[in-house]
Design a binder for this molecule. Structure first.
Ligand code: GCU
Length: 833
């Protein structure tokens, strides 16, 4: 593999991540030799646009991996070939071929057989799109060095709906996007150059995603303007060769706010006519338009409740206009009141979706899908399965998963979500005492529904590697693979992804898979355990630690922590009654404290901090210990990654090293913030003596300051001891000094500083007169203040110190960033706490 890394370097190809898992990297000669017998020609049985794409992809892949250019032919074979075409075309040309049963929809079949007397490899499907998926599967086999000659592989997707949602705004920004600006829009228009859109569609198609809604669910009214529809048509054209249908999010109030009517009441005939006319216009421009996503009566968006109408009334009025064209309405179940009275212990946001939608079961038209977030709150690091999946047996449902890591580290933290999604999909809701796991409900199987499936909120951006973090791309890949086949294991998915993305070296595959598979639980351990949500700032960034923000407001993400107890009582007997929304089997588990699994305990119950879990540990000690264990785990990710030096290309090696290093520093910020907060509120000391006790730490405010002054950080838990230091004057540098008193030796030094996005301060660290490190605070974290979002750790290794040495931090402020820092930790080399 070292040789391979060198050969990438020799050809000068920078690995930017833009090709993601479709790199088609050249196989080693010995591996390529296995494919020597591959036919030299690819024959397409027809010249449709999607088959053209499939054939070009085959040529591209084989050229990249094997260095050979396949001859292109269309029509009938004159020699042995890789034949691509639909089953119907195949039957015409090879009537004697025994074709497998069950090729419907997007399914494909990879096989080998005689076509007009020539031995061929055959890639076929019921539709052109199925064939395209088959081509990607075939190429993936070569990339993973599997056999392609004796194939008889039939693959069918688990569900017909496998959609991406992009929350792009027309001005080019992206709601909850962490990888640059939109690939679709800029300055109120579709981008003139849609190359990245085509490339994105290729990525989506390669994992079987067949639709994509492109704009924010908080929809801009201009999306359906007459002069915008042709722009949407251009995006649809970029998608079309890849079999991806275009969708858009629409605002239900549009007939009134932008359509010239005095109402948007869905039962008003003028409103129905307005939608009809609008979508006739859309279908004239985009004949394969896929459908619309609707967010209504939610977080300030207007909805049918204004007129006393139901979501079914609203969904159906649009669904009827789409029906003749095969379009679908995705009506989101994310409907709740964000002005709840937090003082009322019976109030519970988690109940909202079921309360609103369950009574409407059976009232939605057949081309409506209720799009349900996996949990009853909002994409938290751990939630129970939304009970609504079990509450709509006569309605089509789809599960909404979040690839963009809004509450799971915003792609600055590695958090591979497939294991979490699998727990959700495998969960058995036991509706009517029968086995009804979520994956079979959304596939339409459990309740015999015609439609259903998977919707992933992706939010790729213009950053070269799409999500701003190489490892995060495993979530997009994993989403597609799970939507296709939810029975795949997380390990199988990540091994596949790693091999395609980083190559076949077993050391690479094992190491990266290990990091990925451990990352969700690690993230959970340092951000919010026992079902406590991600304890982040829910009123702003949704990024760093800020547990207090959950409480005492109308948003309903409460954890109800007081001096003695924590958690929400959601039982039927004494709590909010949320548990009653599940079937009796599930209810029996969650209603009882003794039966509730530890990792969701505080989601369902309000208990004393001293309550003992199944593990035998108290709640409070579990909180403390988990946060230490989680932060430690991220430190291991860094050392595990370092073993790959020379095994993966240098570009991505360095990118991921920087990202994991940052994560391991921020995990310490999380650890301390959450533990300090619970320590303060509960008054219970850590049995292991770590919380609030940092022997190597020197608080900045306790150092000798010149030009620096103490600063109270808000919320206080975002800084050690609640305080940091900032420069008094932006125009002048400032200094903090500390006289070292420990024994002579080699030390590592960590500086905890704040990297705001409104300035680029410079920091220099001196031991005596010698500068030991210097850096710029130039990343774009979501903060304009020193707090838990901006807190960042600089790790300086191998500094020689003697008693009496003066350690000096010099800060150079810039713009609105006053070179803030929190503390320094000095510890003997390799003894990093
Ligand atoms: C979250 C997210 C919002 C988004 C909303 C939704 O609350 O923070 O930005 O609009 O989900 O899914 O509609």
């Amino acid at each position: 593999m070292l040789a391979c890394a060198l050969c990438a370097a020799a050809t000068g190809q920078a690995e930017t991540g833009q090709d993601a898992w479709l790199r088609y990297a050249r196989l080693q000669p010995a591996a390529a030799e296995r494919y020597r017998a591959l036919p030299a020609t690819t024959l397409s049985l027809s010249n449709t646009i999607i088959l053209g794409t499939a054939q070009a992809e085959l040529v591209r892949g084989v050229k990249g991996m094997l260095g050979k250019t396949l001859r292109i032919a269309v029509g009938a074979p004159t020699e042995s070939a890789i034949v691509i075409g639909t089953v119907r075309q195949l039957r015409n040309i090879a009537p004697a071929l025994n074709i497998v049963e069950g090729l419907h929809g997007d399914a494909f079949w990879l096989t080998a057989g005689e076509v007009r007397g020539f031995h061929c490899i055959i890639i076929t499907g019921a539709t052109d799109r199925g064939v395209l998926y088959g081509v990607f599967a075939f190429l993936s086999r070569i990339a993973r060095q599997e056999n392609v000659f004796r194939l008889n592989e039939l693959q069918k997707p688990s569900a017909s709906i496998r959609w991406a949602n992009q929350w792009a705004n027309l001005d080019g920004t992206i709601e909850r996007g962490y990888a640059g600006r939109s690939i679709f829009f800029e300055n109120g228009n579709a981008r003139p150059d849609l190359t990245r859109v085509s490339e994105y569609a290729r990525l989506l198609a390669s994992v079987g995603i067949n639709g994509c809604s492109v704009n924010n669910v908080n929809a801009d009214p201009h999306i359906l303007d007459p002069d915008f529809i042709p722009q949407l048509a251009r995006i649809a054209e970029a998608f079309r060769p890849w079999g991806v249908q275009l969708g858009i999010a629409v605002d239900l109030s549009l007939p009134k706010t932008g359509g010239g009517l005095d109402t948007f009441d869905p039962l008003d005939i003028r409103v129905a006519n307005w939608w009809q006319k609008k979508f006739d216009e859309v279908y004239r421009a985009i004949p394969n338009f896929g459908g619309v996503v609707v967010k209504a009566d939610s977080e300030g968006r207007l909805g049918p409740s204004l007129y006393g109408r139901t979501p079914a009334d609203a969904a159906n009025v649009i669904a009827r206009t789409l029906k003749p064209h095969g379009g679908i309405v995705f009506y989101r179940a994310f409907v709740y009141n964000h002005h709840l009275d937090w003082t009322n212990l019976k109030n519970d946001r988690a109940k909202a979706a079921y309360d609103v939608f369950h009574p409407l079961d059976g009232k939605f038209d057949d081309n409506v899908i209720i799009q349900i977030k996996y949990g009853p709150i909002d994409f938290q690091v751990r939630e129970p399965v939304s009970p609504l999946f079990g509450g709509l047996p006569h309605t089509n449902t789809g599960i909404e998963l979040q690839i963009t890591q809004e509450y799971t580290g915003q792609q600055r933290h590695t958090c591979f979500l497939v294991p979490m999604w699998k727990e959700i999909l495998d969960f058995d809701l036991r509706v009517n005492g029968r086995s009804t796991d979520v994956k079979r409900i959304v596939a339409g199987e459990s309740f015999h529904r015609p439609l259903g499936g998977y919707i992933g909120v992706v939010n790729v951006g213009l950053d070269q590697n799409w999500l701003g973090n190489h490892l995060a791309m495993a979530n997009l890949y994993g989403f597609g693979r799970l939507a296709w086949n939810p029975s795949l294991t997380a390990k199988a998915i990540v091994d596949e992804w790693t091999t395609l993305t980083f190559g076949n070296d077993p050391v690479v595959v094992q190491t990266i898979s290990r990091i990925q598979l451990a990352s969700w639980k690690a993230y959970e351990s340092y951000t919010g355990v026992l079902g406590l949500h991600t304890l982040t700032n829910i009123l702003g960034s949704h990024y760093g630690p800020a547990p207090e923000s959950q409480e005492h407001n109308g948003w309903g993400q409460w954890i109800r922590a007081d001096a003695h107890e924590v958690g929400i009582d959601r039982t039927v007997a004494t709590g909010t009654g949320f548990v009653g929304q599940y079937s009796s089997d599930v209810r029996n588990t969650c209603e009882s404290l003794a039966n509730t699994p530890d990792d969701l305990l505080l989601f369902f119950h309000h208990v004393p901090y001293t309550y003992k879990l199944h593990s035998g540990k108290t709640v409070i000690q579990t909180i403390y210990d988990s946060h230490y264990a989680g932060a430690d785990k991220t430190k291991q990710f860094v050392s595990q990654w370092k073993t790959l030096n020379g095994h993966v290309d240098d570009d991505r090696f360095q990118d991921v090293l920087a990202q994991l290093t940052y994560q391991s520093g921020h995990a310490i910020v999380w650890r301390d913030a959450i533990n300090d907060w619970f320590h303060k509120i509960s008054g219970i000391t850590d049995a292991n003596g770590r919380v609030g006790n940092h022997p190597h730490r020197i608080e900045a405010e306790s150092m000798e300051l010149q030009g620096y002054i103490p600063f109270d950080v808000t919320p206080w838990e975002g800084a050690s001891g609640g305080r940091a230091v900032v420069c008094v004057q932006i125009s002048q540098s400032c200094i903090a000094k500390y006289r070292f008193a420990g024994p002579k030796g080699w030390y590592d030094i960590d500086v905890e500083y704040f990297d705001q996005n409104n300035g680029v301060s410079k920091y220099q660290v001196f031991s005596g007169n010698q500068m030991v490190d210097e850096w710029l605070a130039d990343s774009s974290l979501p903060a304009t203040e020193p707090n838990g979002d901006s807190a960042t750790r600089r790790h300086i290794t191998g500094v020689a110190l003697r008693p009496g040495d003066v350690l000096r931090i010099e800060g150079f402020p810039d713009a609105a960033e006053a070179a803030p820092f929190d503390y320094v930790e000095i510890y003997p080399e390799r003894a990093r706490p």
